[in-house]
Design a protein around this ligand. Structure first.
Ligand SMILES: Cc1cc2nc3c(=O)[nH]c(=O)nc-3n(C[C@H](O)[C@H](O)[C@H](O)COP(=O)(O)O)c2cc1C
Length: 183
């Protein structure tokens, strides 16, 4: 089955672990699956005043979501929650009222951290919002990657076979999940 998945990193940092993790997922995607990483750095801050004449970047985001078979969100953890840039992208994808582009799209969420909790707090806050915008979010397996520098080199290559297996197993489950919604 051919699937077009769009992916979002919740970090704008150049050397972001979260973005490197998304790229590792992109590299590990099963045959037939394309993963496009969407740039969210140029979206304006959410502002209802802009809704009458939507900025082109928001229109582009809507188009990308509309054409995607599924969504993969990756987040860093900021003060036990997910990042504001990711929230901003989710909010724009859901607006103006009545044009929630996320509606009924299969989705998965992954988190990582250079510290010991692996983004658990971030992923769990994010799941709550994904529920509300009606992203059909895979519940299991969960994906938290703690102490990420132990599993990834500076270039973002996965250095631990267990971590690569974790990614591959997650993909298998995610593809099965997506297939439940796509005929
Ligand atoms: C505002 C802020 C809050 C943070 N809070 C947490 C946190 O709650 N838990 C955690 O594990 N790391 C926390 N960190 C550290 C991040 O995990 C770390 O900076 C990580 O590299 C960010 O992800 P990135 O590499 O994808 O940019 C925080 C960082 C920032 C900037």
């Amino acid at each position: 089955m051919k699937l077009n998945i769009i992916a979002f990193s919740g970090s704008l940092r150049k050397e972001s672990y979260t973005t490197k993790l998304i790229k590792a997922f992109q590299k590990s995607a099963p045959d037939g699956i394309t993963v496009e990483i969407i740039d969210i750095s140029n979206l304006p801050f959410i502002n209802e005043d802009l809704e009458n004449d939507l900025p082109q970047t928001v229109k582009d985001l809507h188009e990308k979501i509309k054409n995607a078979d599924a969504i993969l969100l990756a987040t860093p953890e900021y003060n036990r929650s997910y990042s504001p840039v990711l929230k901003n992208a989710i909010d724009w994808g859901s607006r103006p009222e009545g044009t929630n582009m996320w509606d009924a799209k299969p989705a998965a969420v992954i988190g990582c951290s250079p510290y010991s909790l692996g983004g658990f707090g971030a992923v769990n806050h994010l799941r709550q919002v994904m529920l509300y915008v009606n992203l059909y979010t895979m519940q299991q397996p969960e994906f938290y990657l703690s102490n990420i520098t132990d599993s990834m080199d500076e270039k973002g290559n996965i250095t631990k076979p267990e971590t690569q297996k974790f990614i591959d197993d997650f993909w298998q489950a995610f593809v099965k999940w997506i297939e439940k919604f796509i005929q």
